[in-house]
Every structure is written in C-alpha cells, then in structure tokens.
Design a protein around this ligand. Structure first.
Ligand code: FAD
Ligand code: EPU
Length: 281
C-alpha cells in the first residue's frame, strides 16, 4: 500500500494560537495537493497563524488542517511586483521584505501576526491598508481540487471575505507597487506609531469589529470596562478591544469575559459583533 501523504497528530491547539488557550485536536499538516485531499476526507477546519481564534477548552472534533513549509514562500520573495506566494507565508516577514525591496502595498499590515491565508480569509488590515489593496487572485483547494479565483469575486470588505464553503486558500497573487525602501519605511513608521499603544501580552487582537465610524475599543474604554477580569482573562488597560490572557486563562474565562463586555455594551445601546472566530463552542 502507498504511504499516506500526511500523518495526523493530536495536539493542544493552545500551542497554535496567539491567545494560548484551546484544547486538543487532530492536526493535519499538509505539504501538497495529495495531502490536502487526504486531510479533507473527513470534516475539517483550517488554521493559519491562529491569531484570530478562540478555541474551546475541549478542543474541536474536526480535523485541523495546517499548511506546512512548502506553502511558506517568505524566503523566495525576491522583490517581484506581481507574485504568487504560499498561504503559509508569515505576513510580518513579507511586510519587512517588501519594504527592503522598496515595494509598496503591504506596509499597512505591519504588526498583524497572521499568515497570508488567514490574512486573506479575514481581509486583515488597519486604517493604513488592508489585504484587498494588493490581492489579485487566490488559489483555493475546494471540492477536492485546486482552482484560481480573482480577488474581485471574494466579496472583500472590512475584516470579511466570502470564500466558498470549505475552501482552503493555498496561494495568493499579490501586486505591489514600485517605491523606495525609505518611502515604505516612512509609512511603516506611521503604522507603528498608531499601534504603539496596543498591548504586548498574549491576545488575539481586537475581539470585536468596529461599529461603522467608531472604535469598539474606545467605546469599551468610555464604558469603564478596562481591567475587567474573569479568571486570568482581562480587558487590556492599553486598549479596550484587546482581551488578554494573563497566563492561566481558559477559553471559558475568555468567552465569559467577552460575553460580559458585549452585554454591558448592549445595555448602553452598542451592539458589538465579534471579530474573532470561535471554534468548538
Ligand atoms: P487564523 O486566526 O488561524 O484563522 C482566522 C480565520 O481564517 C479562521 O476562520 C480560519 O479558518 C481562516 N483561515 C486561516 N487560514 C486559512 C486558509 N489558508 N484558507 C481559508 N481560511 C483560512 N487583524 C487585523 O485585521 N488588523 C490588525 O491590526 C490586527 N492586529 C492584531 C494584533 C495582534 C497582537 C493579534 C494577536 C492579532 C491581530 N489581528 C489583526 C487579528 C489577526 O491577526 C487577523 O484576523 C488575521 O487575519 C488572522 O490570520 P491567521 O493566519 O492568524 O488566521
Ligand atoms: N481609543 C481609546 N481607548 C481605547 C482604544 C482606543 O480612547 O481603549 C481611541 C484611540 O485613542 C483613538 C481611537 O480610539 O483615538 C481609535 O483607536 P485605534 O487607533 O487603536 O484604532 P481602533 O479602531 O481601536 C483598529 C483596528 C485594529 C488596528 C488599529 C490600527 C478594529 C476592530 N481594530 O483599532 O485592528 O490595529 O485600528 O489601525 O478594526 C484587529 O482587528 O485585531 C486589530 C487590532
């Protein structure tokens, strides 16, 4: 019998998320199309950098598919302006390399600890720029095969993309604009300054999307909810939309805190929508 293309292992998802909570799952790390086909034979989810996920303490029953090293092209990025990159390419490295090559388009994403696939799936961004600014086309693994889809068909908007059901982004084609390392760096300095107040402890970034024209963090701040705690989960003092894991938080603590904040804000007439993806609840 042929060797399986991929071997699963049981892991604690806490180790694969930036919030560092979450229980067990079967992790299928895949390196090619055959691996994708095998891993997706049973119900599955796909994980990128785990920087927008709250995973339940009991973990998830579905397989968790993760793209392996062969989908990481950060070292192969040589300064071409129109380039296909693997979806496991870490955004921070890419942003830095684009700056060094004097290419503009990604610098607004400075400080987003995603991999490319997750950044596409969330249309990650800041007010200085988002993934959709450079994204031209994606390669998706969907229905057991790879297909290419123009970015214009992905319904990209604020923290939102409409991927076909079950689709895994495997590659993305980005188009960058020639500039100079100095000009790109100057813009990155502005982005960096805007992020300087964000907390450094373990988090999954902003918990809630901003209501139109407002900052959820500011509203939570004004409501006096900073420092609110459930167990080791705490609303950050630095920014009201960040929920931190002070060390030993469980997913149940984090969710209870987020629900408390949401209820308090609702009682003040503010409806907040979660930006995080919840797994296993
Ligand atoms: P994950 O968290 O692993 O997954 C997020 C979602 O994308 C899940 O639904 C997952 O199934 C799906 N997904 C992941 N990979 C793929 C794939 N290959 N194909 C299909 N679906 C996939 N976000 C911003 O937009 N702006 C910010 O400024 C920002 N700042 C942050 C700062 C910190 C300190 C942290 C921890 C997070 C921040 N975030 C920010 C949130 C997060 O980085 C983004 O939401 C990012 O897009 C998540 O990417 P990821 O690779 O970590 O995806
Ligand atoms: N503010 C407060 N108190 C707070 C937080 C913010 O008064 O606790 C004020 C700030 O002083 C500022 C305004 O609110 O005047 C806006 O704050 P900020 O610049 O931090 O922007 P934001 O709208 O709160 C958004 C994104 C962040 C992104 C930053 C920088 C969302 C939900 N959040 O935050 O994205 O990094 O802008 O561009 O869109 C994320 O999505 O995970 C994330 C971190």
């Amino acid at each position: 019998m042929a060797e399986p293309a991929v071997a699963p292992r049981t892991v604690r998802l806490a180790a694969y998320t930036t919030l560092k909570v979450g229980g067990p799952a079967e992790l299928w790390e895949v390196e090619d199309e055959a691996g994708l086909r095998e891993a997706t034979r049973e119900p599955y989810r796909v994980i990128g950098g785990g920087s927008n996920l709250l995973v339940a303490d009991a973990g998830v029953v579905e397989r968790v598919v993760r793209l392996g090293r062969s989908f990481n092209d950060v070292r192969a990025f040589d300064g071409r302006t129109d380039v296909w990159l693997g979806a496991a390419t870490p955004l921070p490295g890419l942003v830095r390399r684009a700056q060094k090559a004097g290419l503009s388009g990604l610098e607004g994403l400075l400080g987003v600890p995603a991999v490319l696939g997750g950044a596409v799936a969330m249309n990650a961004g800041t007010r200085f720029g988002e993934m959709s600014d450079t994204l031209q086309e994606v390669e998706l693994f969907v229905g057991g095969a790879l297909e290419r889809v123009p970015a214009g068909e992905l319904g990209l908007s604020y923290r939102h993309a409409e991927l076909p059901e079950g689709a895994i982004v495997t590659r993305a084609r980005l188009k960058l604009t020639p500039s100079t390392p100095e000009a790109v760096q100057a813009y990155m300095d502005q982005v960096d300054a805007a992020r300087a107040g964000q907390p450094k402890l373990k988090s999954a970034g902003c918990a809630f999307k901003n209501p139109p024209g407002e900052s959820a963090g500011r509203l939570i701040d004004v409501a006096g909810l900073k420092g609110r705690r459930v167990g080791d989960a705490m609303v950050a003092f630095e920014h009201g939309n960040f929920v931190l894991n002070l060390g030993a938080a469980t997913a149940a603590d984090v969710l209870a805190l987020v629900e408390e904040v949401r209820a308090e804000m609702r009682s003040r007439g503010v409806e907040l929508e979660l930006e995080w993806r919840l797994w296993g609840f």
